[in-house]
Design a protein around this ligand. Structure first.
Ligand code: PLP
Length: 241
Protein backbone atom coordinates (compact mmCIF):
# COMPACT_ATOMS: atom_id res chain seq x y z
CA UNK A 1 0.00 0.00 0.00
CA UNK A 2 1.31 3.44 -0.83
CA UNK A 3 1.68 6.07 1.87
CA UNK A 4 -1.10 8.09 0.28
CA UNK A 5 -3.70 5.35 0.18
CA UNK A 6 -2.99 4.30 3.74
CA UNK A 7 -3.80 7.82 4.87
CA UNK A 8 -7.02 7.74 2.88
CA UNK A 9 -7.89 4.36 4.41
CA UNK A 10 -7.43 5.83 7.84
CA UNK A 11 -9.54 8.86 6.92
CA UNK A 12 -12.36 6.50 5.95
CA UNK A 13 -11.97 4.57 9.20
CA UNK A 14 -12.22 7.78 11.22
CA UNK A 15 -15.35 8.81 9.33
CA UNK A 16 -16.92 5.41 9.81
CA UNK A 17 -15.97 5.25 13.49
CA UNK A 18 -17.43 8.68 14.16
CA UNK A 19 -20.73 7.71 12.55
CA UNK A 20 -20.99 4.56 14.65
CA UNK A 21 -20.09 6.45 17.83
CA UNK A 22 -22.59 9.21 17.11
CA UNK A 23 -25.35 6.64 16.62
CA UNK A 24 -24.50 4.91 19.88
CA UNK A 25 -24.36 8.24 21.73
CA UNK A 26 -27.76 9.21 20.33
CA UNK A 27 -29.26 5.91 21.41
CA UNK A 28 -27.86 6.14 24.94
CA UNK A 29 -28.95 9.77 25.22
CA UNK A 30 -32.54 8.92 24.29
CA UNK A 31 -32.52 5.95 26.68
CA UNK A 32 -31.46 8.26 29.49
CA UNK A 33 -34.21 10.76 28.70
CA UNK A 34 -32.05 13.30 26.92
CA UNK A 35 -31.51 14.53 23.40
CA UNK A 36 -28.52 13.36 21.34
CA UNK A 37 -27.29 16.95 21.14
CA UNK A 38 -27.22 17.17 24.94
CA UNK A 39 -24.16 14.91 24.89
CA UNK A 40 -20.80 16.37 23.87
CA UNK A 41 -18.41 14.09 22.02
CA UNK A 42 -14.74 14.86 22.62
CA UNK A 43 -12.17 13.24 20.34
CA UNK A 44 -9.13 12.39 22.47
CA UNK A 45 -6.11 13.08 20.29
CA UNK A 46 -3.11 12.01 22.37
CA UNK A 47 -0.48 10.35 20.13
CA UNK A 48 -2.63 11.13 17.05
CA UNK A 49 -0.94 12.99 14.18
CA UNK A 50 -2.36 16.38 13.22
CA UNK A 51 -3.39 15.19 9.75
CA UNK A 52 -5.86 12.76 11.34
CA UNK A 53 -7.02 15.22 13.96
CA UNK A 54 -7.75 17.70 11.18
CA UNK A 55 -9.73 15.04 9.36
CA UNK A 56 -11.85 14.41 12.45
CA UNK A 57 -12.47 18.16 12.62
CA UNK A 58 -13.51 18.08 8.94
CA UNK A 59 -15.93 15.32 9.93
CA UNK A 60 -17.59 17.64 12.44
CA UNK A 61 -15.59 17.12 15.64
CA UNK A 62 -15.73 20.39 17.57
CA UNK A 63 -13.89 19.37 20.72
CA UNK A 64 -10.54 17.63 21.14
CA UNK A 65 -8.75 16.54 24.30
CA UNK A 66 -5.02 16.28 24.85
CA UNK A 67 -3.25 14.79 27.86
CA UNK A 68 0.09 16.50 27.80
CA UNK A 69 0.93 20.18 27.67
CA UNK A 70 4.04 19.62 25.59
CA UNK A 71 2.35 17.39 23.06
CA UNK A 72 -0.51 19.82 22.57
CA UNK A 73 1.78 22.82 22.15
CA UNK A 74 3.97 21.01 19.64
CA UNK A 75 0.98 19.91 17.52
CA UNK A 76 -1.04 23.09 17.83
CA UNK A 77 0.50 24.95 14.87
CA UNK A 78 -0.42 22.05 12.55
CA UNK A 79 -4.04 21.90 13.66
CA UNK A 80 -6.83 23.57 11.73
CA UNK A 81 -8.93 24.12 14.79
CA UNK A 82 -11.23 26.82 13.49
CA UNK A 83 -14.23 26.64 15.80
CA UNK A 84 -13.02 23.38 17.35
CA UNK A 85 -12.11 23.75 21.01
CA UNK A 86 -9.34 21.99 22.90
CA UNK A 87 -9.34 20.80 26.50
CA UNK A 88 -6.49 19.52 28.62
CA UNK A 89 -7.55 16.20 30.15
CA UNK A 90 -4.29 14.79 31.53
CA UNK A 91 -2.53 15.36 34.81
CA UNK A 92 -1.13 18.88 35.01
CA UNK A 93 1.97 19.77 36.98
CA UNK A 94 2.01 23.21 38.53
CA UNK A 95 5.23 24.11 36.70
CA UNK A 96 3.48 23.59 33.34
CA UNK A 97 0.45 25.74 34.13
CA UNK A 98 2.01 28.92 32.77
CA UNK A 99 2.42 27.32 29.33
CA UNK A 100 -1.13 26.05 28.96
CA UNK A 101 -3.33 28.77 30.48
CA UNK A 102 -4.91 30.75 27.65
CA UNK A 103 -4.10 28.01 25.13
CA UNK A 104 -6.96 25.64 25.88
CA UNK A 105 -10.63 26.31 26.42
CA UNK A 106 -10.82 24.19 29.57
CA UNK A 107 -8.65 22.25 31.98
CA UNK A 108 -10.55 19.09 32.98
CA UNK A 109 -7.92 17.72 35.33
CA UNK A 110 -7.83 20.06 38.33
CA UNK A 111 -7.18 17.84 41.33
CA UNK A 112 -5.81 20.05 44.09
CA UNK A 113 -6.19 23.50 45.58
CA UNK A 114 -2.51 24.04 44.93
CA UNK A 115 -2.98 23.46 41.19
CA UNK A 116 -6.11 25.60 41.16
CA UNK A 117 -4.17 28.41 42.86
CA UNK A 118 -1.50 28.30 40.18
CA UNK A 119 -4.09 28.28 37.37
CA UNK A 120 -5.75 31.26 39.03
CA UNK A 121 -2.46 33.12 39.32
CA UNK A 122 -1.44 32.51 35.70
CA UNK A 123 -4.96 33.33 34.47
CA UNK A 124 -4.81 36.68 36.24
CA UNK A 125 -1.44 37.40 34.63
CA UNK A 126 -2.85 36.64 31.18
CA UNK A 127 -6.12 38.44 31.80
CA UNK A 128 -8.26 35.35 31.22
CA UNK A 129 -10.75 33.29 33.17
CA UNK A 130 -9.92 29.60 32.92
CA UNK A 131 -12.79 27.14 32.80
CA UNK A 132 -12.05 23.98 34.79
CA UNK A 133 -13.47 20.66 35.81
CA UNK A 134 -12.44 19.07 39.08
CA UNK A 135 -11.17 15.53 38.59
CA UNK A 136 -12.38 12.96 41.08
CA UNK A 137 -10.57 9.68 41.78
CA UNK A 138 -13.86 7.85 42.17
CA UNK A 139 -12.29 4.44 42.77
CA UNK A 140 -9.96 5.80 45.44
CA UNK A 141 -7.05 4.19 43.64
CA UNK A 142 -3.57 4.94 45.01
CA UNK A 143 -2.00 5.06 41.58
CA UNK A 144 -4.47 7.49 40.07
CA UNK A 145 -4.65 11.22 39.83
CA UNK A 146 -7.80 13.02 40.90
CA UNK A 147 -9.20 14.15 44.17
CA UNK A 148 -10.55 11.74 46.78
CA UNK A 149 -14.34 11.91 46.79
CA UNK A 150 -14.49 12.83 50.48
CA UNK A 151 -12.34 15.91 49.87
CA UNK A 152 -14.38 17.21 46.96
CA UNK A 153 -16.77 19.54 48.72
CA UNK A 154 -14.16 21.19 50.90
CA UNK A 155 -11.87 21.62 47.89
CA UNK A 156 -14.64 23.19 45.83
CA UNK A 157 -15.34 25.72 48.60
CA UNK A 158 -11.68 26.71 48.54
CA UNK A 159 -11.53 26.93 44.74
CA UNK A 160 -14.73 28.96 44.71
CA UNK A 161 -12.74 31.83 46.24
CA UNK A 162 -10.52 32.09 43.18
CA UNK A 163 -11.60 34.88 40.87
CA UNK A 164 -9.89 33.76 37.65
CA UNK A 165 -11.15 30.19 37.59
CA UNK A 166 -14.62 29.05 36.67
CA UNK A 167 -15.49 25.54 37.79
CA UNK A 168 -17.96 24.03 35.30
CA UNK A 169 -18.33 20.49 36.60
CA UNK A 170 -16.58 17.22 37.34
CA UNK A 171 -14.43 14.70 35.47
CA UNK A 172 -13.46 11.13 36.28
CA UNK A 173 -11.70 8.05 34.98
CA UNK A 174 -13.15 5.04 36.84
CA UNK A 175 -11.06 2.00 37.79
CA UNK A 176 -10.86 -0.99 35.45
CA UNK A 177 -13.84 -3.06 36.53
CA UNK A 178 -14.58 -6.79 36.49
CA UNK A 179 -18.26 -6.30 35.84
CA UNK A 180 -20.64 -3.83 34.28
CA UNK A 181 -22.45 -3.55 37.60
CA UNK A 182 -19.29 -2.39 39.32
CA UNK A 183 -18.60 0.14 36.55
CA UNK A 184 -22.14 1.48 36.70
CA UNK A 185 -21.72 1.80 40.45
CA UNK A 186 -18.81 4.22 39.98
CA UNK A 187 -20.59 6.21 37.28
CA UNK A 188 -23.76 6.55 39.32
CA UNK A 189 -21.78 7.55 42.41
CA UNK A 190 -20.21 10.33 40.33
CA UNK A 191 -23.61 11.41 39.07
CA UNK A 192 -25.00 11.62 42.61
CA UNK A 193 -22.04 13.75 43.73
CA UNK A 194 -22.49 15.97 40.68
CA UNK A 195 -26.17 16.52 41.51
CA UNK A 196 -25.58 16.92 45.28
CA UNK A 197 -22.86 19.53 44.77
CA UNK A 198 -25.02 21.34 42.22
CA UNK A 199 -27.82 21.56 44.75
CA UNK A 200 -25.51 23.23 47.26
CA UNK A 201 -25.31 26.24 44.95
CA UNK A 202 -21.75 27.13 45.92
CA UNK A 203 -20.77 30.58 44.72
CA UNK A 204 -18.78 30.53 41.47
CA UNK A 205 -19.13 26.72 41.17
CA UNK A 206 -21.39 25.41 38.41
CA UNK A 207 -22.23 21.78 37.85
CA UNK A 208 -22.97 21.92 34.10
CA UNK A 209 -20.62 19.25 32.78
CA UNK A 210 -20.12 15.69 33.95
CA UNK A 211 -17.19 14.36 31.94
CA UNK A 212 -16.98 10.56 32.07
CA UNK A 213 -16.91 7.68 29.64
CA UNK A 214 -14.17 6.57 27.22
CA UNK A 215 -14.02 4.20 24.23
CA UNK A 216 -14.91 1.09 26.19
CA UNK A 217 -17.63 2.47 28.40
CA UNK A 218 -19.16 5.68 27.04
CA UNK A 219 -22.64 4.23 26.61
CA UNK A 220 -22.70 3.15 30.26
CA UNK A 221 -21.44 6.57 31.26
CA UNK A 222 -24.20 8.34 29.33
CA UNK A 223 -26.86 6.03 30.76
CA UNK A 224 -25.59 7.09 34.18
CA UNK A 225 -25.72 10.81 33.47
CA UNK A 226 -22.51 11.80 31.66
CA UNK A 227 -22.89 14.75 29.33
CA UNK A 228 -19.36 14.81 27.93
CA UNK A 229 -17.63 11.64 26.74
CA UNK A 230 -13.91 11.49 25.93
CA UNK A 231 -13.23 9.02 23.14
CA UNK A 232 -9.82 8.24 21.67
CA UNK A 233 -9.11 4.77 20.32
CA UNK A 234 -12.68 4.13 19.14
CA UNK A 235 -12.27 7.17 16.86
CA UNK A 236 -8.66 6.93 15.73
CA UNK A 237 -7.84 3.26 16.26
CA UNK A 238 -5.34 1.80 18.75
CA UNK A 239 -2.67 4.20 19.95
CA UNK A 240 0.88 3.59 18.74
CA UNK A 241 3.35 4.83 21.30
C1 PLP B 1 -6.71 8.54 26.80
C2 PLP B 1 -7.81 9.12 27.59
C3 PLP B 1 -9.15 9.01 27.16
C4 PLP B 1 -9.56 8.23 25.93
O1 PLP B 1 -9.28 6.88 26.08
P1 PLP B 1 -9.82 5.80 25.00
O2 PLP B 1 -9.96 4.56 25.78
O3 PLP B 1 -8.79 5.72 23.94
O4 PLP B 1 -11.12 6.29 24.50
C5 PLP B 1 -10.11 9.66 27.91
N1 PLP B 1 -9.81 10.35 29.02
C6 PLP B 1 -8.55 10.48 29.45
C7 PLP B 1 -8.29 11.28 30.69
C8 PLP B 1 -7.52 9.87 28.76
O5 PLP B 1 -6.28 9.97 29.22
Amino acid sequence: MTERSSIEEKFKDIEYNLNVIREKIAEAALKSGRKPEDITLMAVTKTVQPVFINHAIDCGIDLIGENKVQEFLSKEEFLKLGACKAHLIGHLQTNKVRQIVGKVDMIQSVDSVRLANEIDKQSLKKGVTTKCLVEVNIGGEESKTGLDAHMLEDTLYQISQLKNIKVCGLMTVPPICDSEAELNGYFSKMYRMFIDIGNKKIDNINMDILSMGMSADYENAILNGADLVRIGSAVFGPRLY
